[in-house]
Design a protein around this ligand. Structure first.
Ligand code: FES
Length: 92
């Protein structure tokens, strides 16, 4: 089971979760505040995250993220799926 670590508002929280969920789903299930103004449909960037460690354990950047200009360490929390341990900072 992946361990997903979120850094936000000066706090750090690590959550054990099932593989195959988006960072947004994982955050909301764990009461980690992640904005999602477009309802998780990849249109607003309020869920923006910066990958800190193990970005290779996230799904590849998808078409929605590319359309929103995501590159490098930037990922949309509602589109990036955790398949293993990963650490992200919520910056949206
Ligand atoms: S919730 Fe809007 S882009 Fe992710």
């Amino acid at each position: 089971m992946p361990n997903v670590t979120f850094t936000y508002a000066g706090q750090t929280k690590t959550v054990q979760t099932d593989a195959g969920k988006t960072l947004l789903q994982i955050a909301l299930d764990a009461n980690v505040p992640m904005e999602h103004a477009c309802g998780g449909n990849g249109f607003c960037t309020t869920c923006l995250c910066k990958v800190k460690e193990h970005g290779e354990n996230l799904s590849p950047t998808n078409d929605r993220e590319q359309a929103m200009g995501m590159a490098g360490e930037e990922r949309l929390g509602c589109q990036a799926v955790a398949n293993g341990d990963v650490s992200v900072e919520i910056i949206g």
